[in-house]
Design a protein around this ligand. Structure first.
Ligand SMILES: CC(C)(COP(=O)(O)OP(=O)(O)OC[C@H]1O[C@@H](n2cnc3c(N)ncnc32)[C@H](O)[C@@H]1OP(=O)(O)O)[C@@H](O)C(=O)NCCC(=O)NCCS
Length: 176
């Protein structure tokens, strides 16, 4: 099934729901980023976590360009405070960074999250300046900090984006 696409021709990025058979190759995408070494993230463990996430009803979206999966976003509908959508992980292949995949993935996550809730939360490593700028430009606001939380010695910034007042919740209802 197709998803929303941006750009045209060979540069087109399509966002799709991830399939179980793709999770290991998606998990591998994190290996190109030094950032994740600080979290001692391992590909097999991440692939297992993504499989459990799918079982639990989380969203795992992939960005596909020219038949290649170049990024993924993992989000939990009530992952923040058992109440609000929470972006668990956003990863774009290092060689594809800066080419629009992160934007396309976040557009899709926000569309799904804000269709059912008024807020979306995430954590970003405090010194990950590029990602913080990326989220700030999208309207995320730093609302707190967590020290030694996800990994020892690493500081996280809690970011929140609120649904625009002009974008009401959209729900799918049964006929009637
Ligand atoms: C942060 C990230 C998801 C952005 O995705 P992307 O596909 O590179 O982003 P886009 O091409 O849609 O947008 C580019 C913007 O992202 C930001 N950015 C962050 N890291 C970047 C990187 N390594 N290379 C290029 N742009 C980066 C820049 O602000 C850039 O804006 P600019 O072109 O005006 O400078 C991606 O670079 C990535 O996977 N980084 C490593 C993992 C990470 O930090 N994840 C987020 C926290 S969990």
């Amino acid at each position: 099934m197709g998803g929303p696409s941006i750009k045209g021709g060979a540069d087109t990025i399509t966002i799709r729901q991830a399939e179980r058979s793709q999770l290991t190759s998606l998990a591998r995408l994190h290996e190109g980023h030094a950032l994740f070494r600080r979290y001692a993230l391992e590909t097999t463990a991440l692939a297992d976590a993504l499989a459990q996430a799918l079982d639990a009803g989380d969203g795992v979206l992939t960005a596909v360009r020219a038949g290649e999966r170049i990024g993924f976003a993992w989000w939990s509908p009530r992952g923040a405070f058992s109440r609000s959508p929470y972006l668990r992980l956003l990863v774009v292949a290092a060689q594809a960074a800066g080419t629009g995949a992160g934007t396309a993935l976040m557009d899709a996550v926000e569309r799904e999250a804000f269709a059912r809730a008024a807020d979306l939360f995430l954590l970003v490593t405090r010194d990950n300046a590029g990602a913080r700028r990326f989220y700030e430009r999208r309207g995320f606001e730093a609302v707190g900090e967590l020290h030694d939380y996800v990994a020892p010695g690493v500081d996280e910034v809690v970011m929140r984006k609120r649904r625009k007042a002009s974008a009401p919740a959209v729900v799918t209802a049964p006929p009637g």
